[in-house]
Design a protein around this ligand. Structure first.
Ligand SMILES: [Zn+2]
Length: 298
C-alpha cells in the first residue's frame, strides 16, 4: 500500500476511506484459565498443572479501505490439528496441547473464511500482522499477493536465540511466497499519539494507524481505525484477551507484565483523547458486538 509516509495524520480526508470493518471467525479453542486471566503462579505451573479450561474465539478482522482490502491478522492454519509435523520442534508439539485445545477444521482456513464473507483471498491487498504467533500468521500462504506488515522489532525475534520458545515458529513465517515488509514507527506530530513510541500510517490518509503495543510479544502492534462520523476502533491483537481485563489492569498469564501494563496505560490514555474508542481484542467474545456498535454510533 503506502510507501514510507510522514507522520502528519492530524486530519482524516473527508472521503471516508474506510467502507467497513468486519470480524472474521477463524475457529475456536480453549485455553487455561490462568493463561487468560493471569495467575500469581509462574507460567510453567499453569502449563503443567492447570486444570481449568476456558473457551476463546480465534478471530481476525477485514477492513474495506478504498485502496483495497486489508486484513488484521490471518487466523490459524487448520493443519495444526491434522498434520502431526506442523510444528517442527518436539518441545512445541509436546507443549501445544497444554496451552491450547484447538477446535478447528479445514473451513477455518483464511481463504474459506473470506469466501464465506463474500471475499476472494486473492483480493486481499495488505495484511497487518499484530504479532508472529501461529494463530495470527496461519493464513499467510493463502494470500501470497498481499503485503504482510510486521513490526521490525517483532521480526528481529527471528534472529534471537530460540524464537520457538516464544511460539514464534519460523517454519510458518519464513515461507517463500510471503511478501513480508518490516515497518518502523515514525515520531508522531499529532498529540493524540503522545506516549506511543511512534506511529505508522498504513495508507497515508490517517484512517489506519499502527501503534507499538508490546508486552504479549516484544514487537506486538495495534491498529487504530478511524471512520468519519463513527466511533474509532483500536484492534489490539493479543495485548489483552478481553477489553474488560485491560480496563481492570488484569494481566494474562503470559507475556511481560511490566511491558503489558505500560501498553495498557498508553491505550487508556488514547481512549481519553478519543472518546468512544472501542478496544477490540482478537480473542474477545465481545469483539463482534463492539465493532458493530462502534460502526453504528456517530
Ligand atoms: Zn492469539
Amino acid at each position: 500500500m503506502a510507501e514510507t509516509r510522514t507522520a502528519t495524520v492530524s486530519s482524516i480526508k473527508a472521503e471516508h476511506p474506510i467502507a467497513f470493518v468486519r470480524v472474521l471467525n477463524c475457529g475456536r479453542a480453549e485455553q487455561q484459565e490462568e493463561h487468560r486471566y493471569g495467575s500469581r503462579k509462574p507460567q510453567f505451573w499453569w502449563v503443567f498443572f492447570g486444570k481449568r479450561w476456558v473457551p476463546l474465539p480465534l478471530q481476525c478482522f477485514l477492513i474495506g479501505h478504498r485502496d483495497g482490502l486489508v486484513l488484521f491478522d490471518t487466523g490459524i492454519d487448520p493443519r495444526i490439528v491434522s498434520d502431526k509435523r506442523y510444528i517442527e520442534q518436539a518441545t512445541g508439539r509436546f507443549l501445544l496441547p497444554r496451552i491450547f485445545q484447538l477446535h478447528v477444521n479445514e473451513l477455518d482456513r483464511i481463504d474459506h473464511v473470506l469466501r464465506k464473507a463474500g471475499v476472494a483471498a486473492r483480493d486481499i491487498r495488505t495484511a497487518v500482522i499484530s504479532h508472529l504467533h501461529f494463530d495470527h500468521v496461519g493464513g499467510i500462504a493463502q494470500i501470497p499477493q498481499a503485503e504482510l506488515l510486521v513490526s521490525a522489532r517483532e521480526w528481529s525475534i527471528l534472529s534471537e536465540p530460540h524464537p520457538e520458545r516464544e511460539w514464534i515458529l519460523r517454519e510458518h513465517i519464513e515461507i517463500p511466497s510471503a511478501k513480508w515488509r518490516q515497518i518502523t514507527f515514525a515520531p508522531a506530530d499529532d498529540p493524540l499519539f503522545e506516549g506511543f513510541d511512534g506511529i505508522h500510517d498504513v495508507a497515508g490518509d490517517g484512517s489506519l494507524i499502527l501503534l507499538p503495543t508490546p508486552g504479549h510479544t516484544k514487537g506486538s502492534m495495534s491498529m487504530l481505525i478511524r471512520r468519519e462520523g463513527e466511533n474509532p476502533i483500536l484492534l489490539v491483537g493479543d495485548l489483552t484477551y478481553e477489553a474488560t481485563l485491560l480496563e481492570r489492569n488484569v494481566v494474562p498469564g503470559t507475556g511481560d507484565r511490566d511491558t503489558l501494563l505500560a501498553s495498557f496505560a498508553k491505550v487508556k490514555r488514547l481512549r481519553e483523547r478519543l472518546p468512544g474508542l472501542a478496544v477490540v481484542a482478537s480473542h474477545d467474545f465481545a469483539a463482534e458486538e463492539m465493532v458493530s456498535r462502534a460502526m453504528g454510533n456517530a
